[in-house]
Each structure stands twice: as C-alpha cells, then as structure tokens.
Design a protein around this ligand. Sequence first.
Ligand SMILES: [Zn+2]
Length: 259
Amino acid sequence: MGKIFGVVLLAALSVADCWASDRPAGGRAGLGGDLAASQAHGPTSALLPLEQRWLQAIAPVLDFARATGFPLDIIVQPKALPGHTPLAVAFVDGRCKLVLSLRGNAVAQETLDAIPPDLLDAALELMAAHELGHCERYLAGEFAHPPAGFQATEPAAGVSAGPGPAVESRQASVWSQALRREEGYADLVGLAWSRHRHPQLYARLHAWLVSERSRDPVRGGSHDTQAWLRLARDGTVLADPSMFSNATRVWRLGLQTSD
Ligand SMILES: [Zn+2]
C-alpha cells in the first residue's frame, strides 16, 4: 500500500461520473456542490482484501498521476453500497477524487469475475486511466464543453406535451450529449494508456471495452462511445507517447460522427 497515496474514507459521497452505469449519479449538481457537503472521517477500518486487490491493480495509474502532478485523492467508501459503480471519479475544489465503492457491493466482485484473469490488471488500469481522462478535462476547466473550434450540433429533444417538459427534455438531451462526449474522451485515454503499457493486450482490451459499451441499453446514452471506439480499433492511432494529446486528436475526429 505504500504506493497508494491519500487513501481517505468518507461516510457519504455522491459521485459525478461513473465508470459504467446509466444510473443518474449527481449530474451537473454533482460536479461540486454535493461533494462539498460530504463529511470526511478518519480511517474507520482496514481495507478489505477486495479493496486492496483493486488498488493494487490500478497502482500504475495512480503512480503516473502522482508523478505527473495530478491533484488526485483516493476515496474508499466505508459503507456498504450494493449496486454502486465500483470505480468512479468526482471533482471537489480543484481536485479529483477517485472513488472506490466496493464494500458490500457484489458488482465489484462480479466485475473482476467477468474479466479473463490474464486481462484483469490491464483492464482495471484502463478503467482507472479512463477516470484520469475525466480528471484531466476537469482540471483544464473543459469538462462538458466541446473543444475550441468545434461546432456542436444541438441534440434533438424528445417529444413532449408542453413547454415546461420540452425545455427539460432539451436540457437533458444537451447534458446527455455532453456526458457521452466526455465518456468518449475518457475511453480514448484509457485505450491510449493500454496502447502504451500493454501493447500486446491492446486488441483484447479494445474488444473488451467495445463489449462493455455495447451493454448500454440506450443508443445515444452517456456510455454509448462506439463512435470513438471504432476509430481506435487499430491502436497505432494512439501510438504517440503523449496520451492526452493522442486521445484529443482521435476524440475530435469522433465528435464529427458521434451525434
Ligand atoms: Zn467515465
């Protein structure tokens, strides 16, 4: 555990982003306000073996984040949170919080069990690098904003009966579109990490991610990132050593066809 920095236990937390979930998780309000009200507590118990397993697997990403100066804290939720997204990121006061919700959460073990053993560590690294992609966008003040020079198309609002719901529907569509773009960027960062750290596993990791994202029940939902994954089938597009600029370049290509 010596390589893991800033493990903090919090009593309650709402998170702004999820690795793979359609559950509303804070939305726009979750980008700061909800979290700012969270109460921090001192360590209340030792980390469980499952928590240690996850932290051990993602340690290379955490080391990278520390070495490159990311203001990133690790939060291990001490309460049982069945059904929660095991790994998520939140943003609080200019810092990113990598949140692990593994305790009493069958999804955490199911996630491990569903990945081939020889792919497991690399897949968990990809997940953590994905969250680092969100963090990078947040720190740049660009989260939920398209890149400079990109002409965004307005998403179509759902059919509704009155002016009130119509406005809400359009706002929800705009937000969903912004989140889907962020997920696309973060997936590319995860894949860029994989390309550099596990090039021999890239094809399998890419296929695994495509499969995960295909489980999104709503086409156009926030985790429907296929437009970007298609562009990264050949990992050479992410071969440049600069992980984030790589992801940005491919991300912009995908923005043209994602909506
Ligand atoms: Zn994400």
